[in-house]
Design a protein around this ligand. Sequence first.
Ligand SMILES: Nc1nc2c(c(=O)[nH]1)N[C@H]1C(S)=C(S)[C@@H](COP(=O)(O)OP(=O)(O)OC[C@H]3O[C@@H](n4cnc5c(=O)[nH]c(N)nc54)[C@H](O)[C@@H]3O)O[C@H]1N2
Ligand SMILES: Nc1nc2c(c(=O)[nH]1)N[C@H]1C(S)=C(S)[C@@H](COP(=O)(O)OP(=O)(O)OC[C@H]3O[C@@H](n4cnc5c(=O)[nH]c(N)nc54)[C@H](O)[C@@H]3O)O[C@H]1N2
Ligand code: SF4
Ligand SMILES: [Mo]
Length: 714
Amino acid sequence: MSVKTLETELKTLHTQCPYCSVQCKLALTPEPQQAGSERASDSIFMKSEGLPNEASQGRACVKGLNAYQHAVNGQRLLEPLIRRGGTLEPCSWEEALEAITDGWKKLMLTDGPDSIGFYGGGSLTNETAYWLGKFARIAVGTRLIDYNGRFCMSAAASAGVRSFGLDRGLTFRLSDIPKAKCIILAGTNVAECQPTLMPYFNEAKARGACIIVLDPRRTKTAELADIHLQLKPGEDARLAALMLRLILDEGLENRGFIEARTEGFEEAVRQLEGIDTAFAAEKCGVKLEDVRLAAAAYAGAETAILCTARGVEQQTDGHEAVRQFINLVLATGHIGREGCGYGAITGQGNGQGGREHGQKADQLPGYRSIENPAHREYIAGIWGVDPSDIPGKGVSAFEMMELVHDGTIQSLFVMGSNPVVSNPHAGFVEEGLRGLNQLVVADMFMSETALLADVVLPVTSYLENEGTLTNLEGRVLLREAALPAPGECRHDWVILNELAAKLGRGEHFNCGSSEAIFTELRRASRGGDADYYGITYERIRGEGGVYWPCLSEEEEGCGLMFTDGFARPNGRAQFGVRSEAGTGPRDEPGSGYPLLLTNGRVLPHYLTGVQTRRSPSLAARELESFVEIHPATAAALGIADGEWVAVSSRQGEFSVRSRLNDRIREDTVFAPMHWGGKQNVNLATRPELDPVCRMPGFKTTAVRITPLRRRGGR
Ligand SMILES: Nc1nc2c(c(=O)[nH]1)N[C@H]1C(S)=C(S)[C@@H](COP(=O)(O)OP(=O)(O)OC[C@H]3O[C@@H](n4cnc5c(=O)[nH]c(N)nc54)[C@H](O)[C@@H]3O)O[C@H]1N2
Ligand SMILES: Nc1nc2c(c(=O)[nH]1)N[C@H]1C(S)=C(S)[C@@H](COP(=O)(O)OP(=O)(O)OC[C@H]3O[C@@H](n4cnc5c(=O)[nH]c(N)nc54)[C@H](O)[C@@H]3O)O[C@H]1N2
Ligand code: SF4
Ligand SMILES: [Mo]
């Protein structure tokens, strides 16, 4: 839709934020451009407000309020592009789709379907995520599909499954937060990453809750804390085990809960016996006395909530670290009651739903296992194929990039991700993508990954594409389309329908609306752990959102989990034991690389910044990347505030301005992840993965920092 048409319509549009996992509802009213206005001619301004909804209660943050600016931005891709003689040029849809399927058909004959990979994302709607998983497996027949959520939720997911038998972001309702008397926030910066949730925590504090934050930086979230454990990056598993040990030493565990509802406690206790508490605290870089206070506050509280996010999870021992935190929850019995629970604070808009319905290498819809014969049979029945037609388990996102690099994957289809910026060891990933036979990217913009593509497909944005998304508390929400598709943009799921038809598999991909896909998804998820069967568009419209699991249209959906039993076969939760599957290699600071680099987010930008860097109001708040350094560390290195530095690791380096800040540990530096090119923090991060969940160790890389001016004019 052109800017002119939009302005003349002037009606209020109702939508839902495209960014984080809260999924705030928004209202947008286009404002007419004033005569003589200095605004750029291709931009349009809208009045943007939060709309009442259960999760954010009508609040919205600066990202959501300005999100529309990318959707109506003049840089939107409006027609397909194809590479001819080295350059990307506009082409017809017919030509683009034909080129893609021709490439696939050739590869299927010469190298088989496992030479073709699919890479999805947690911003996609449930319908698209489900359709993409089905497409990869039965339109193309490849086992190689995974998605960016591997870098996001996988450690919490694997730990939740092993401990509770089920993985759902929060096991409690947001409304439980103010009822908690103690809250542990480990490696989560809610104030910048889910800002509209802060009032829940403020209310808990106002009601007297003790708030404990574990973060190597004194973040905006840490400002709320009564106890801030400013630990060394990567030491969370050790710190959580130390806390449990101190709880047991004081006899503060909940014996009744442990006996009635858990198993494996004795083994978990045994692993703690060898802990030298003073040594452990020193290794974590915190005071033993503070840990003792935190442990006692958590265990002694009548109600308590414990949350983890990427600070704890994006480690080569992320799975183990989360299990250690869940051990604290189980030992104190702080779960399954009002004001209690464990929560992995999910990240992307559909970070939760995106991982439930088949984008993950080892899963079929409804959290079914691709290796379970009964699960395969059920899904084959829904899809109208033979169980043997469904390929086996694939590999994780970064391992797919390894297969791209070594030439096993020759064609990669990317929908809803910018992997060249968001993967660890980005230099290696870019090299691999450049060597592909065929790279196809479906996006709204020329992302850093789209720039490398052979075919680029223009897709609709959040304002144009209808579908469901599942927020961090497992609430399934419906985002209605507010605007028609601009130019020749198509919905993701329409593109998959068209590609399937060209492959002669159209009969399996003939749903003509996202609601029709959702109806199939409901049946596919039925009886699975993530059961959406009782959820319909009509119900969501009427109720504003419905929690899963929801087995029938009459059922309300379960907000507070595990009130009676856990989801494991015997109904008991399982304590985690440290040696279970080992951990991936750590990156210790050492000769030549004396500092630890960690990374994460800043308020105005979102992930690789493809969308937020194209919203003028957001871009203006942070124009470029930086590295946060403690003033004492900077002084020792002779680095001034704001000067250009190279941050180098054993893998690679990026260059940014320094930003001196005494809120970070002296042995640690921090860089945001929202910029590509030479500023990309992932040029330095390392490729090692957690052995259980295959999460990369993003948050700990040994580095050195050198001022660029010392490099002899380089
Ligand atoms: N503004 C904004 N909001 C977002 C996003 C965004 O890009 N921008 N992305 C969304 C997505 S997809 C996600 S996954 C979430 C992420 O949400 P968070 O996980 O909260 O975000 P991060 O900034 O990656 O990391 C959180 C904190 O972990 C700390 N940390 C670093 N290393 C360690 C460690 O070893 N141990 C501990 N305990 N803490 C550590 C960092 O200092 C940081 O403050 O945010 C969502 N919301
Ligand atoms: N160093 C470091 N690296 C990290 C992290 C970290 O903390 N530190 N965090 C990791 C985490 S938690 C995450 S979630 C990943 C995310 O990293 P990415 O997967 O790269 O995520 P985005 O930057 O959101 O890229 C999404 C792309 O899809 C496009 N897009 C948005 N919506 C749609 C849609 O509906 N359809 C289609 N087809 N395209 C769409 C956007 O324009 C954008 O180009 O990064 C990971 N990488
Ligand atoms: S970014 Fe998150 S908190 Fe902010 S408006 Fe969007 S959904 Fe809400
Ligand atoms: Mo994420």
